[in-house]
Design a protein around this ligand. Structure first.
Ligand code: DX5
Ligand code: ZN
Length: 220
């Protein structure tokens, strides 16, 4: 079983972005996670398409764009043009979810759907054919460094069941409070992509941070 780790640059030293991205690339990061916040869907403002472009230029790794914005359908072209490989939208933020997801695919990008901690897995039941990634939030989005909410574990298990039962080609990703003490539970529940902000960029030694996280997740 291979686990992928997606360090979130929200926790990086943004003044040295390119260098920061390269440190985690060298440490074996699989994707680079970029958190986009509009100050409306979440109580924080962060990172736009220009930033995604800078990450794209800094590293060949897949850029995983997490849109925490209302009406994300208005910005898909911008993020696609900026070089995103995966664009994820919250089910709580877009009215016509299926249309939004199929637009992402029409732009040639992988389509992701995100669930807040209080949102049921049922919210994605009828779009399973339209998504490449399901991202389960294990904190309420808005900030890095928050505490993991274990109540989301049964939701991860249920989604893993659906994916395996129908042999769906969907990556199951978890975001928020993932660190050495929580990675194992998340992987045991069925997640295969772990977003990590503080657990990676909060540590000086990025190689060591990634090793610790992988070991905690149960990888050799
Ligand atoms: C939370 C963001 C996360 C965050 C993760 O709103 O979506 O990606 O940066 O940070 P940690 O891993 O520190 O919880
Ligand atoms: Zn995120």
């Amino acid at each position: 079983m291979s686990i992928r780790i997606a360090p979130s640059v929200l926790s990086a030293d943004l003044g040295r972005l390119a260098e920061e991205v390269r440190t985690v690339e060298r440490a074996g990061a699989d994707w680079i996670h970029v958190d986009v916040m509009d100050g409306r869907f979440v109580p924080n403002i962060a990172l736009g398409p220009g930033f995604v472009r800078a990450v794209r230029v800094a590293s060949p790794l897949p850029v995983d764009v997490h849109l925490m914005v209302v009406e994300p359908e208005r910005y898909l072209e911008d993020f696609a043009a900026a070089g995103a490989d995966l664009i994820s939208v919250h089910v709580e933020a877009t009215v016509h979810l299926q249309r939004t997801l199929s637009r992402i695919r029409a732009l040639g990008k992988r389509a992701g759907v995100v669930l807040n901690p209080s949102t049921s897995e049922e919210a994605v039941r009828y779009v399973l054919g339209d998504v490449d990634v399901i991202l389960v939030m294990s904190v309420n989005p808005g900030f890095s460094g928050q505490q993991f909410i274990p109540a989301v574990l049964p939701k991860i298990r249920k989604l893993r069941e659906w994916i395996d039962r129908d042999n769906l080609k969907i990556d199951l990703e978890v975001d928020g409070g993932v660190q050495a003490s929580t990675a194992r539970q998340v992987v045991e529940a069925g997640a295969r992509v772990l977003v990590a902000g503080n657990a990676v960029f909060g540590e000086k030694d990025r190689d060591e941070a990634m090793r610790v996280l992988r070991a905690a997740a149960g990888e050799p």
